[in-house]
Structures are given as C-alpha cells and as structure tokens.
Design a protein around this ligand. Structure first.
Ligand SMILES: [Zn+2]
Ligand SMILES: [Zn+2]
Length: 304
C-alpha cells in the first residue's frame, strides 16, 4: 500500500535539494526559484523548529464519522487546536521571504510587518477572525494595518499554512480507512494545488493547497464539478520537456478549471510536490492563457 502513495520529502533539506535541481534542470525558472524558494524553505524550517507539542494526539479528538461520510471535512467536526500563541513566532519567519516572493504587494507587506511588531492589532483576535471567516473584524484590522483586505487575508492564509499542515499531519490518520469520494480535501475542505499519479495504473492523489494532505481521487472525474464525461477533459504538456506528458496540466472544459499533474511512476527519489508544482509554472501560464482557472491558488499562480 505504501508503495502506491506519493513518497514525499517535505524536509527543509529536501526542499533545498529540490530547488537546486529545479534551477539546474530548468535554468529559465531561476527567477521563480529565487522568488518563491526562500518562502518554502522558511515554512519548512519553521515547522521543524516549532513542531506541535507531543501531547497533541489524534486519539484525543472525537471524530464524527457520520458527518465525514456525508462529506464534512475533518476540521469542520473536530476544529483546529489553538495555535494562537505560536502565531507570533511565524510572523518574523515568513513575512520577510514573502516580500521577496510577492513583489507586487511589498508595500502592504511592509505595513503589516510594522503593524504586527508594533502590536497595532490583537493577533489572537486576528487569527480567530481568520479561522472563523469573520469578515467585519478582518476588514477593520486590515484598515488598522493600512493594508487592503485582499492582501491581508492572503497573507494570513500564508502565515496560517504551516499550522494547517502540522495539524493535518497529526489528524489525518483519523480519516484513514474511511471512504471519501469528493474533490475537496477530507481534512480541511480546500481544493488541490497539484496531483500526482503513483502506483500501478497511475492512481491519482490530490494534494491540498491549504493543509498539504493528500487523498485518492478518481482520475477521470473533475475534482471541482464532478463531471466525468471524458470528452470534456483534456491535458496539455510541454513537447520540448524531457519528461513530456510526465508533467502536464489537466483541464475541465465543463467548469473551466485546471490542475497540474505529475506522473511520479518513473521517479526513484521522494519528491517535494510544492517545488515540483512550482517548476510547472509555464503550464500554469498556458492554462490561464487558454481561459482556465486554477482549482486552488498557490503562491506562484496568484497575485500576478
Ligand atoms: Zn486540506
Ligand atoms: Zn470541472
């Protein structure tokens, strides 16, 4: 069974190696690597240095398997554990590399950086409002920071991501062995950023854009609109690429969405799916030029 899954390397060291390989194999993406690589590294390093306390265990949570069977993601029933105290620690780690990654919103990021360090807003309230989607509070806080609400929410999403990922890792075992036939994440309910084909016959695994959990999903069904009429689905790839269709973008003509897909069956080493997806940015651009929208936003396909 384990051979069938995507074999990940999510360590900071693994990301570093993957970034080096990407820059060497696709020198035209050097700028992309320089822009987003530091953010990926900083996130992985934060997770390694500030892991969840050992006391957090999946068995201490009541899992609503009936709700899950009805399509309710795990976090909707068990909630997330309180990470508000650790949130202060992630700000100085991730905001600086975000300024390198998102040059277009640098000014807003600088204002937020200053706002957080001057304690202009209540960080605990901010995290709570973000997790509960309390728009009024978020708008007020964005105003106090001098940032636009869109940027404020985008940035909070990036800052919260390492906590989502760590909690998904702890709680995902609760979902194992349970059937899940949906195109959205069984853990947090978000859509996928990238798909991998693994194991015999190329089973499709979707990786969540938000919590990085991965789940099996029918290869011939659109994760967004559930359409399974094969005439509505096609894929593009770079004919000049040495891996050909091993890296491709699947599109659904019914809902006009696209999803990057990596065929992992030939890969011997564990893979970092974030770096691999980042290396497919030309396919992101191609799909968007053709009028398709990503299933989920990633740091490199949003905020152009
Ligand atoms: Zn998720
Ligand atoms: Zn669709």
């Amino acid at each position: 069974m384990s051979k069938e899954r995507i074999r990940h390397d999510r360590s900071a060291g693994g990301i570093e190696k993957a970034l080096e390989n990407l820059a060497a194999n696709k020198p035209e993406l050097e700028n992309v690597v320089k822009a987003f690589g530091p953010l990926l590294l900083a996130k992985a390093a934060f997770k390694e240095e500030c892991p969840l306390p050992e006391s957090v265990k999946e068995e201490s949570f009541d899992f609503d398997s009936a709700g899950f069977a009805q399509g309710e993601p795990l976090f909707a029933s068990i909630g997330m554990i309180d990470f508000q105290d650790d949130f202060e620690g992630v700000i100085p780690r991730l905001l600086p590399p975000m300024k390198t990654a998102f040059v277009g919103i640098r000014e807003d990021l600088e204002k937020m950086e200053k706002g957080f360090s001057d304690h202009v807003i209540d960080t605990r309230e901010c995290v709570r409002a973000f997790m509960n989607d309390q728009q009024e509070i978020l708008e007020k806080q964005a105003g106090q920071m001098g940032a636009s609400i869109q940027v404020f929410q985008f940035v909070l999403g990036q800052l919260v991501k390492p906590f989502m990922e760590m909690q998904a890792e702890v709680f995902a075992p609760l979902t194992e062995g349970q059937q899940w036939l949906h195109g959205y994440c069984p853990v947090c309910g978000s859509h996928a950023a990238v798909a991998g084909l693994a194991g015999e016959g190329g089973k499709r695994w979707l990786q969540c854009a938000n919590c990085s959990h991965e789940w099996r999903f029918n290869r011939h069904t659109c994760p967004r609109c559930s359409d399974n009429d094969h005439t509505k689905h096609e894929y593009f790839f770079d004919r000049n690429s040495p891996v050909k269709a091993g890296e491709r973008v699947d599109v659904c003509k019914e809902c006009r969405s696209y999803l990057l897909t990596i065929d992992l069956r030939e890969r011997i080493d564990p893979v970092n799916m974030d770096v691999a997806a980042m290396g497919m940015i030309p396919l992101d651009m191609l799909a968007q030029q053709k009028g398709y929208a990503p299933l989920a936003s990633t740091p490199w396909n949003a905020l152009k």
